[in-house]
Unconditional design. Structure first.
Lengths: 914, 514
């Protein structure tokens, strides 16, 4: 029971630290759960910085990509400003949040873009509902606790590290060259001499990135101090796509009165300047005329700035797109976080935390009047989006620990938490004639003035999200052998319907360590554990339960035009949170002084009352849509983690390996509709209305649906299979899902794998990390649209893959031949380091050099550039249109045409510590 | 450290726990960027905006994809061929062939928009009646407002009656237990008739800018005239005398007259045309939604009109319909036909992606003949709708107003009612010639009236005004085969009830043959 009442244990004061009982107030949840219950009862994984991914890492979540069984992290392509999609154990919602709740240094809902990855000391991934329920109404998609450095090291010191990285596109599409294009009937835009333009080469570049980190910190007296200063400059492989980030982290902790009072705080700030460029350039680089020069002196192109820009549907000169226009952004983020704990009397601690987070986001887009891409039609256009968000957090807790008899220890915790997010944004578009020919930086952009604003439009949003919660938890430890934990969070959100403001999120878990009972010498641990919990998800937006009147077009009224108003959604006072119930069964074994550790978790869950916007009959409803809790998903799966330390048993060559494996499946139990629903629009040209994915009750998520190709007719048209054998092959709309269409692919994987190897020989260390996703299929859009180009699209260049069938000469639609197996195994990271042998207590404490690469090798049969799993779909962007809505998580497996090319990275750097 | 004061602000919360627990659990939702019924209806302008919200539903008449599109494309005057991969959905191909399906987005959109109009009216009537009960003085004459809204609601029901036929009637805004159930077409007719009879005495008889675009007395009268003219179709019982009475009241009021030139009705600045009894007052900046030029013009025609956006190359008329027009008829200018040129009138418009098998080659040439309206239609095929003036430099939204009830239609309606009573009525012949002669220089009057020439004359005069399907049905020729329509059963005169309406327990019956 030595751990049970550690002398230094004083307080625990915040929901984010609810799980984090440690024997030091100051440390991160490094030994999560272990101080009190040596056996973690739920499914959770704790990773410290030495296990993190290395390389040209921009987003913190990249640090743990592939490292945690059941945590899927994916970003198709190599856009440095692209977003990683994160999922724990599949999917539990559609329109609400589908990504894990981030708890940064105890502040829930914080953005990871507040911090430089180098400041992070640990990630703790809470996967099952018995672990996450204490986080209540935002935890259904799992929880990730992130801790930054607060000066943990004993010795005060300074570290400087720097890194250079080179990004290069992993490959390009095979398209027709000028000669083949002409032969295939394309028009010759070459001015005289035969021009041959490789448009992909024209838009890509080799990116050069650098990162610098200056970190001070360590213990000082009864406290600790930490400061980190960081700079990152990253260039993507698409011209003009880049980012620069300046960030700082100031942290401290201090204790008083024999540790009876503890204070801890930090201030994080990050400023990021972004060049988004135009990822659509990749799409048009494939289709633009290879006989056209980038620029031409021919007078017919004078009006388009000398760039060859024929005015055709969905057809843009990708170089002109990048060079004539600009698309930049700037974000400033700050988080102040202060916590205090007081041991009021022995073993009873009161704690409180306050935090404020603030984000300022500004993006600007400029479209040159000479640019056919979004500019020409408007005589030039300017867009400015500005947003300000703040989040205030307050939490208070009380904790009491006591013993019953000699063998039973009890830990009680109770608390209250309150958080409020406020946001305000303005999105303005103006079209007209501009005084500038081009805004190339954001400051240019700010000085832009409309000389004659022909047209302006804007949208203003403002809102507030308030959450309040009471929570309690009891933990019991019998003789360090049996463990029991139970608790409840009662949480409310202002976004819920007025009849359903508060939800209850109970959890219970139990575990036993049989190793103590079996007394087998080599056996360190043999745990069996089980847990059940209920976690929730609040509505993703304000006002979903309310009747909302939206402005319709202005209307003529007594000689003037005034704005008309009409209802757009109905009231639903019973709109409640989404609820996930999950059972988790776990098994851990550790043998030979933790040389071999195996951990297996099995889960089964049901997510019900999922919110979506439903079309309802009107009449009797005022509006024809209502937000209802009508959808249900279920999931199950298992995760295996295997760790084998010092495999060779050698003092000289230490080889440790870690394998993580997981399988999950998500099934649609209820859609809320009577009929299966088709979603996922291919887009233009020509394939707008046959959806990719069919959502059917009782079937897994991610079913790619369509006809089966049996052959090619003599006239070049495609012959599809008459599946229902009625003698007719029916057309392509999703409503005919049961007529000659069938399951032609499964977009979600069968399993995921991460295989980490660390080797150490003398002063050298080698890290080899393989990551793979297996059994998923993907719709290869570039083939679907551009492999067999016909009819009016003769202007488009063609994509060629090994599947090209020259006999097809008539337009087709999605069929099984465009759905490809996309399993891949990737050498995600290879790093070789050398640490200098340094004298003890010398001036230089640490010196290391390293060289490595990311995404070095790919094993996959997929013919597109990136087989990385697509967990959610951004939708089409046709003819200059922007993405219309958020990512659609119910449409996985679509390799969109506008996907940023993936990159391979080589990096080298050094660390020196004083 | 500017965050510190706000940090302290929240240290007040432990105090709140002890002293004012309610503050800790206050989860009222304040919406800042949206309007809810709680915050509306405070000023007179709100009332105006609210009534406007109901009229706004009429903007659907000007755009692609809903009620007006299905009306026009299912008639013999308009088609949207599947041109290459554009317009690749077969919805409009089927609509022209009277093969609409309950899941068609256009049919669904028509239903939703029309009922959104009905429901806006119901809500407004309810809210205005509540205000009346409360004795609020805003606005001055609530009864007149309510009558106007009921007349507007009758217009939406008339559209529903004409297109879907058997539809639910909902008039009560607050009945939570209401279950939509199908009402037979004849009873829907009765409802519209009774509503108009009830509200007409309260409607404003003024005809000027204050009632322009509003359901005033004469707009309701025109609606009555059209309702009675088609009563035979709707109920099986003709109401020709009632139709004549309504027409006469409009004609005798002296407020309306034929414009000198036919196309004066369709100019960019056609607001307040003496022929407009009821029009939708579109505006390129404010009242947006009249997209005819985008819907019909070829992509390249952007250069002819210097349009701000590239048009969509969709809607066109058909050869049989086009050939009904004599060369001397000014209404032949309702169509854009032949080779097309840029704004300078000289530079030929080129379609760089013209089909290799297009007999006219790359220069855009709108031929009356269309090779097919199914997959493989030539990009340039079909004469385009040029009835409305397309302003040079137009945005995607036209400034022209769109007539719903036009004086010429009332003259022809009266003529038809007379002709149906007496096929040799000279008054009927005179009325038709009054309208017809305007289109010719010199006059080319008819000498007799027949079903064929009357329907044809209505077709020429009323092209693309949303009445052709109704006319064809009334003359009993809707199901007759035309070039791309193989003939259809009489039950296809009604549209299918959208499939989404059968979800959630509505007690609806699908129309026959769907």
């Amino acid at each position: 029971m030595k751990n049970f009442l550690p002398a230094t244990f004083l307080f625990l004061f915040c929901a984010s630290n609810v799980a984090a009982q440690t024997d030091s107030v100051i440390t991160s949840p490094a030994s999560l759960n272990s101080a009190f219950n040596p056996v973690p009862l739920g499914a959770m994984v704790h990773l410290k910085s030495p296990r993190f991914n290395q390389g040209n890492i921009v987003e913190p979540i990249q640090l743990v990509q592939g490292k945690v069984a059941g945590l899927s992290i994916a970003r198709p392509g190599g856009d440095p400003n692209g977003r990683f999609i994160t999922r724990i154990r599949g999917l539990s919602s559609r329109i609400s949040n589908t990504e894990p709740l981030i708890v940064l240094n105890g502040v829930p809902g914080a953005s990871l873009q507040l911090i430089d990855p180098a400041d992070i000391t640990s990630f703790t991934v809470l996967k099952d509902a018995s672990s996450t329920a204490i986080y209540g109404m935002r935890a259904a998609a799992g929880v990730i606790l992130v801790e930054t450095d607060h000066g943990q090291s004993d010795r005060f010191g300074v570290t400087y590290s720097a890194q250079l990285a080179f990004d290069k596109a992993t490959g390009q599409y095979d398209v027709l060259d000028a000669g083949a294009f002409l032969q295939a009937g394309g028009e010759d835009l070459s001015p005289g001499a035969n021009t041959q333009t490789d448009w992909q080469e024209e838009v890509i570049r080799n990116g050069l990135s650098q990162a610098h980190h200056l970190q001070f910190g360590g213990r000082l007296g009864n406290g600790a101090l930490y400061a980190g200063l960081h700079y990152r400059g990253v260039e993507g492989v698409l011209r003009e796509s880049d980012l620069k980030q300046y960030s700082g982290n100031l942290g401290f902790s201090q204790s008083f009165w024999k540790n009876r009072v503890q204070l801890k705080g930090n201030l994080l700030a990050a400023r990021r300047e972004t060049g988004f460029s135009f990822f659509e350039a990749f799409r048009y680089a494939l289709t633009f005329n290879p006989t056209a020069p980038v620029r031409s002196a021919d007078p017919q192109w004078a009006a388009s700035g000398g760039y060859v820009q024929p005015n055709l549907f969905d057809y843009y000169n990708p170089v002109a797109m990048i060079e004539l226009n600009s698309n930049r952004g700037r974000t400033t983020r700050m988080l102040g976080n202060l916590s205090a704990g007081v041991e009021v009397f022995r073993n009873f601690t009161l704690g409180a935390r306050v935090a404020r987070e603030k984000h300022d986001i500004l993006t600007g887009e400029y479209y040159n009047p000479q640019s056919s891409w979004r500019g020409f039609n408007q005589q030039g256009s300017l867009r400015r989006f500005q947003s300000e968000q703040t989040a205030d957090f307050f939490e208070t807790t009380g904790q009491y620990r006591f013993n019953i008899g000699a063998n039973t220890a009890v830990d009680l915790l109770g608390g209250y938490a309150w958080q409020q997010f406020e946001y305000e944004a303005g999105d303005t578009t103006a079209s007209g004639t501009f005084g500038l020919t081009r805004a190339s930086s954001l400051s240019d952009f700010e000085s832009l003035r409309l000389s004659s604003p022909d047209y302006t439009s804007g949208a203003f949003t403002k809102g507030k999200n308030t959450l309040a919660a009471f929570f309690g938890r009891a933990r019991i430890n019998f003789s360090d052998r049996y463990f029991l934990e139970a608790g409840l969070r009662r949480e409310g959100s202002n976004r819920l319907g007025r009849n359903e403001k508060w939800g209850n999120f109970p959890f219970v878990s139990a575990g036993a360590d049989f190793s103590k009972m079996l007394s087998i010498k080599a056996l360190d641990q043999l745990n069996l554990r089980a847990g059940y919990g209920v976690s929730g998800q609040q509505p993703a937006f304000d006002g979903l339960s309310r009747q909302v009147l939206t402005p319709s077009s202005p209307v003529y009224y007594n000689g003037d035009y005034i704005v008309g108003y009409g209802p757009s959604t109905n009231e639903n006072p019973n709109l409640k949170w989404e609820e996930k119930r999950e059972f988790n069964l776990g098994f851990d074994v550790a043998v030979a002084k933790n040389k071999l550790n195996v951990s297996i978790d099995y889960f089964k869950n049901k997510s019900s009352d999922l919110i979506d916007r439903y079309t309802v009959p009107s009449p009797p409803n005022v509006a024809n849509s209502t937000f209802l809790n009508a959808m249900e998903l279920s999931g199950s799966g298992y995760e295996v983690s295997l760790e084998y330390n010092n495999i060779l048993n050698s003092e000289k060559l230490d080889w440790s390996a870690n394998l993580v494996y997981n399988h999950y499946s998500v099934q649609v139990e209820k859609t809320g509709y009577d009929e299966p629903v088709g979603i996922g629009y291919p887009g233009a040209p020509g394939m707008c209305c046959a959806q990719y994915i069919l959502i059917q009750e009782g079937q897994p998520l991610g079913q790619i649906w369509g006809p089966v190709r049996v052959g090619v007719n003599a006239d070049g048209s495609i012959q599809y299979k008459d599946i229902n054998r009625d003698g007719v092959v029916n057309g392509g709309t999703i409503d005919q899902y049961n007529q000659d269409q069938t399951l032609i692919g499964s977009a979600l994987p069968k399993f995921e794998l991460g295989f980490q190897n660390n080797l150490r020989w003398r002063q050298f260390d080698l890290n080899i990390f393989l990551r793979g996703v297996f059994g998923h299929e993907m719709i290869h859009e570039n083939r679907l649209f551009y492999e067999n180009v016909t009819g009016p699209t003769v202007f488009y260049n063609r994509v060629r893959t090994k599947y090209f069938n020259s006999r097809v000469t008539a337009p087709g639609r999605l069929d099984d031949t465009f759905v490809e197996q996309a399993s891949f195994l990737r050498l995600d990271n290879l790093t070789l380091g050398y640490s200098f042998r340094l004298p003890e207590n010398g001036r230089i404490r640490k010196a290391r050099l390293y060289i490595g690469g990311q995404n070095l090798l790919n094993f996959s049969s997929y013919t597109g550039l990136d087989p990385e799993i697509r967990l959610a779909d951004p939708g089409p962007t046709d003819n200059g249109a922007r993405y219309s809505a958020g990512l659609e998580p119910f449409v996985p497996g679509v390799d969109r045409r506008q996907t940023y090319f993936p990159a391979r990275t080589l990096f080298f750097g050094f660390v020196v510590g004083f | 450290m500017k965050n510190i004061p706000s940090l302290f602000k929240h240290l007040a919360f432990p105090v709140c726990l002890l002293l004012a627990p309610a503050a800790c659990t206050n989860l009222e939702e304040d919406l800042y960027d949206r309007v809810t019924p709680d915050t509306f209806f405070k000023t007179e302008k709100d009332f105006a905006a609210a009534i406007g919200g109901a009229y706004t539903q009429l903007y659907l008449l000007g755009s692609h994809g809903g009620y007006f599109s299905v009306q026009e494309i299912s008639s013999d005057e308009i088609a949207v061929p599947i041109r290459g991969s554009d317009w690749g959905n077969d919805e409009w191909y089927r609509a022209h062939r009277h093969e609409m399906m309950p899941y068609d987005p256009g049919v669904n959109s028509a239903w939703n928009n029309l009922y959104a109009g009905v429901l806006s009216c119901n809500r407004l009537i309810y809210q205005f009646e509540q205000l009346k009960k409360e004795g609020s003085g805003l606005p001055a004459n609530l009864d007149a407002y309510i009558a106007e809204i009921r007349a507007l609601r009758a217009l939406f029901y008339y559209f529903l009656l004409d297109s879907f036929g058997n539809v639910p009637i909902v008039t009560n805004f607050t009945d939570d237990n209401y279950i939509a159930s199908t009402i037979p077409r004849a009873q829907v007719f009765d409802f519209v008739e009774q509503e108009l009879v009830a509200v007409l005495p309260l409607l404003n008889k003024t005809v000027d800018a204050t009632t322009y675009g509003k359901m005033n007395y004469y707009a309701a009268k025109a609606l009555q005239a059209k309702l009675y003219l088609n009563a035979g179709v709707y109920t099986g019982t003709p109401r020709l005398d009632d139709c004549l009475a309504a027409c006469d009241e409009i004609i005798n009021a002296g407020h309306f007259a034929l414009e000198g030139q036919y196309h004066d009705n369709f100019r960019t600045n056609n607001q307040g045309s003496s022929e407009f009894i009821f029009a939708v007052p579109f505006d390129e900046n404010f009242a947006k939604g009249f997209n005819l030029h985008m819907m019909t013009l070829h992509y390249a025609s952007q250069a002819t009109y210097n349009l701000q956006q590239q048009p969509w190359n969709g809607y066109c008329s058909l050869q049989e319909f086009y050939d009904m027009h004599e060369d001397a008829d000014v209404r032949k200018k309702n169509f854009i036909a032949g080779p097309q040129f840029a704004a300078d009138g000289v530079t030929p418009l080129l379609d760089q992606a013209a089909e290799p098998d297009d007999p006219d080659g790359p220069q855009v040439n709108h031929t009356p003949e269309i090779n097919t309206i199914n997959t493989g239609a030539l990009r340039q095929a079909g004469v385009r709708i040029g009835k409305y003036e397309f302003k040079s430099g137009a945005t995607p939204d036209l400034d022209n107003d769109m007539p719903v009830f036009r004086y010429a239609d009332i003259l022809l309606t009266k003529a038809e009612a007379l002709w149906r009573k007496d096929n040799n009525s000279t008054q009927a012949l005179d009325l038709v010639n009054q309208v017809r002669n305007r289109a010719f220089e010199p006059d080319q009057p008819f000498t007799t009236l027949t079903a064929e020439n009357l329907l044809a004359e209505r077709g020429r005069e009323m092209f693309y005004e949303g009445v052709r399907r109704q006319d064809q049905i009334r003359f009993g020729v809707y199901g007759n085969p035309t070039e791309f329509m193989p003939g259809s059963a009489p039950c296809k005169e009604l549209w299918p009830i959208p499939s989404t309406q059968f979800l959630f327990g509505a007690n609806l019956q699908q129309n026959p043959c769907y």
